[in-house]
Design a protein around this ligand. Sequence first.
Ligand SMILES: Cc1cc2nc3c(=O)[nH]c(=O)nc-3n(C[C@H](O)[C@H](O)[C@H](O)COP(=O)(O)OP(=O)(O)OC[C@H]3O[C@@H](n4cnc5c(N)ncnc54)[C@H](O)[C@@H]3O)c2cc1C
Length: 466
Amino acid sequence: MTIATQLAERIGHDKVLGDAETLRARRYDQWCVKHLRYWRGEHVPAPGIVVRPESVSDVRQVLLFANEHHIPLIPFGLGSGVCGGVEPTPEAILLDMGGMASVRFIDETNLLASFDAGMNGLLAEETVASHGLTIGHWPQSIGISSVGGWVSTRASGQFSTAYGNIEDMIYAVEAVMPDGNVVTLGKAPRAAAGPDLRHLLMGAEGTMGVVTGVTLSLRRAAPFRQCSVFYAKDMEAGFEVQRRIIQADWKPPVMRQYDGREVRRLFKDFQRDGQSMLLMVHEGPRERVEAEMPAIAAIAAAAGLEPGDPAAAEQWLTRRNHVPTWQDMFERGYVADTAEISGTWTQIGDIYNDVIRDLNGVDGVINASAHSSHVYRSGINLYFSFAATFEDTARMEPAYFECWRRIMEATARHGGGVAHHHGAGRLRKPYLAHDLGAGGVALLRRLKAAMDPNGIMNPGNLLPDA
Ligand SMILES: Cc1cc2nc3c(=O)[nH]c(=O)nc-3n(C[C@H](O)[C@H](O)[C@H](O)COP(=O)(O)OP(=O)(O)OC[C@H]3O[C@@H](n4cnc5c(N)ncnc54)[C@H](O)[C@@H]3O)c2cc1C
């Protein structure tokens, strides 16, 4: 009996898909390199089978089968990952969670909402919004990513400075482990009942188990919103103001600072002599917003920043989720990507300067720029963008990896964190030890071996090659 037949016997024929079109559509996520290889006409392998479960029991059956037969199993949310977390081989079963996309409950008193893991993020947000609530998690990819994917990549939204990252919103995670054990981790507003096991699934990128359900803590939708904009002579001057704002305990949900190159590229009508631009969105009760805005303006003025037109921030709000496709970029002759890292306030200026210098040293690079978008009392993230152009498209991939290497190594050299929110996948796994240390990587390997002794869960992802 074939694998497909055996799986079909366990969960039903209609959930086991082997047609060429379905397999082709599940060859990759949104990692640039896979799209580049495909665009250049290289072979990009497809999974052997796509399985589309409709219940926790289906997921359990598939896991038990894969574990018994030692078959690689790759969870797939909505495929918006950008680090190569989904890289199927013909031997693999791809577990497409898109068939599990229901709202389980919305609890307006305790501000909780529970979803199947395959639920589209924007649909989840729209569902709670119809009750006057919000998840408060707004990744740029909200319309193309799943709730289970958010957990699995430890995602971060554009309003994180006040509302937190996904780990601050996760109330409970339901998952099926490779041995078929179904766990629900997290059951109270706060717990001290041993280690927080929810974290075994957060950021695991499909290597530990399959997330089947997620309960999120909600907020009431903000009744009032305003925007403000300031100009700083350079990135470091703006970082210093952001540090003072956050350490004074003001928390606009959105604080984004663009370097002069990005202001020129993204805010053409608002550029000012190559200066850096800091934009903010303030929201919450009117009284708090009305207290926050003048207090922040005073901090900015004291540090020499000049006020700008709030319309720049409103433009960002309107256009913030538009991104060109990889193919568009390749057709226009360049390979490009973004890489997000983080550092403390004392590290971030050096990281910015070194990364921009190092990227500009890569042959073919025509753009190296950055903005910050997530602010913490201890530091801030940076989101670098690079683009390189070549007549010979075979040179694109080596240049791409060289740019990534330089960003990772300059960040690590100054003690920063090499992955702020896109996860590690296959792209960053060679650099994982920079964040976890050799001992941390060894511990992660031991955890993986204990949870997935047959190594079926997304093999080759996240963990550096042994
Ligand atoms: C244009 C664009 C903008 C983006 N903006 C942001 C942003 O602002 N913030 C941000 O954090 N990310 C962003 N991302 C990255 C991406 O959207 C996130 O990583 C997202 O959380 C992935 O969700 P997904 O459902 O698409 O997961 P997938 O891409 O399907 O999977 C991602 C990884 O998680 C695993 N996985 C998925 N679902 C499950 C599950 N149910 N159980 C176990 N493992 C699972 C997969 O095996 C894979 O390793 C962006 C991506 C794009 C293309």
